[in-house]
Ligand binder design. Structure first.
Ligand code: NAD
Ligand code: TYD
Length: 334
């Protein structure tokens, strides 16, 4: 296949690109705005390969989007491009509205005009929080943060293009991802790097919130399955095999890094913090997908990757991220 991957320089997008090129022989063209979270280094393994092209640009820019389509003639758009951090959406929602609402609209229009299939990468956060049981694709959409609300808006727009224009569009909703190349604003890489540096480990509230962890390679395979076998107009959940409280995850990272539990600090809770996410993935399992990486193995391998790849995170920790960190946590990194 020849894929147009938007947001392919981010954490999951770059994992998906590597996987599709190596394991499926796909050709890929990436369009990425290279926000603070997007990095060409994430794609350095495939950068020189024939069948790979990279363009810097925004999905809300129709000239950039149509330019790539006319130049490269892809068969399908896979849209990862997003602002992805809930805490940043609470502090400044504007970029979330622009990328998720306007950007998704521009991509859908381009797909319609050029006869392309379309896959929207989405999140379990569109369903909101669930104390017991699991969300299915038929659960009501009740997002709580500006991040999840704008992602929900994008999902609804995608479905409207199927119903109104018969655009062959599908949605794949993942649970919390982890693995190599994840920007250290998110729980797992933040805790690994802080643990290694002897910095405090800031746990929001009581730390008893539950997340359903999925390795980025498993989520990427689910996206590939939905792209190849999903029914147009449908959404598919892809949740990981393990649910964990945040405090248990942080304690395990303390063990794996040889840090000290005294580094754990309970800090003010996130406003509107969702207590628990849990996804039923029966529908995508029926397409032949199953998650392969157990959380305990994936976490160990992820800690090892961050230990061995300082070249990747050192420029982040010494750059703008420091300012973000001070603003968010009210203290400096060591
Ligand atoms: P990320 O923040 O690591 O990467 C996002 C990428 O999108 C970056 O490369 C960034 O430069 C690019 N981008 C942002 N705005 C853009 C724009 N307007 N135009 C073009 N490119 C733009 O995010 P991620 O964790 O890899 O998430 C990828 C997708 O998966 C997102 O749609 C997210 O909502 C979804 N998702 C993430 C998780 C998770 O746990 N990280 C879970 C479920 C779903
Ligand atoms: P995060 O990685 O931001 O993902 P999401 O908000 O999309 O689930 O956070 C995962 C969980 O970890 C969430 O319950 C918030 C919590 N958390 C902390 O306790 N401390 C932190 O410093 C961060 C970044 C997150």
């Amino acid at each position: 296949m020849k894929l147009f991957v938007c947001g392919g320089a981010g954490f999951i997008g770059s994992t998906f690109v590597r996987q599709r090129m190596r394991e499926h022989g796909d050709e890929v063209v990436v369009l990425d705005k290279l926000t603070y979270a997007g990095r060409e280094e994430n794609l350095r393994d495939v950068a020189g390969e024939p069948g790979f092209r990279f363009f810097r640009g925004a999905i809300e820019d129709p000239v950039a989007v149509v330019g790539v389509i006319e130049d490269c003639r892809p068969e399908a758009i896979v849209n990862f491009a997003a602002e992805t951090h809930v805490d940043r959406s609470i502090a400044a929602p504007d970029a979330f509205v622009e990328t998720h609402a306007l950007g998704t609209y521009v991509l859908l229009e381009a797909a319609r005009e050029h006869g392309l299939r379309y896959l929207q990468v989405s999140t379990d956060e569109v369903y909101g929080s669930i104390e017991q049981g699991t969300f299915t694709e038929d659960s009501p959409l009740r997002p709580s943060s500006p991040y999840s609300a704008t992602k929900t808006g994008a999902d609804l727009l995608v479905q409207s293009y199927f119903h109104t224009y018969e655009l062959p569009a599908v949605i794949c909703r993942g649970s919390n991802n982890y693995g190599p190349y994840q920007y250290p604003e998110k729980l797992i890489p933040l805790m690994i790097l802080n643990a290694i540096h002897g910095d405090p480990l800031p746990v929001y509230g009581d730390g008893m919130q539950v997340r359903n962890w999925i390795h980025a390679t498993d989520f990427s395979r689910a996206i590939g399955h939905v792209l190849e076998h999903g029914r147009a107009g449908e959404a598919y959940n892809a949740g990981g095999p393990d649910e964990q409280t945040n405090i248990d995850v942080v304690k395990r990272i303390v063990e794996l890094t040889g840090a000290d539990e005294s580094q754990i600090e309970h800090v003010t809770d996130r406003p509107g913090h969702d207590r628990r996410y849990s996804l039923s993935s029966e529908k995508v399992r029926a397409l032949g997908w199953t998650p392969k990486v157990r959380f305990q193995d994936g976490l160990e391998e992820t800690v090892e990757w961050y230990r061995e790849n300082g070249w990747w995170w050192e420029p982040i920790r010494s750059g703008d991220y420091r300012e973000y960190y001070e603003r968010q946590y009210g203290r400096a990194l060591s």
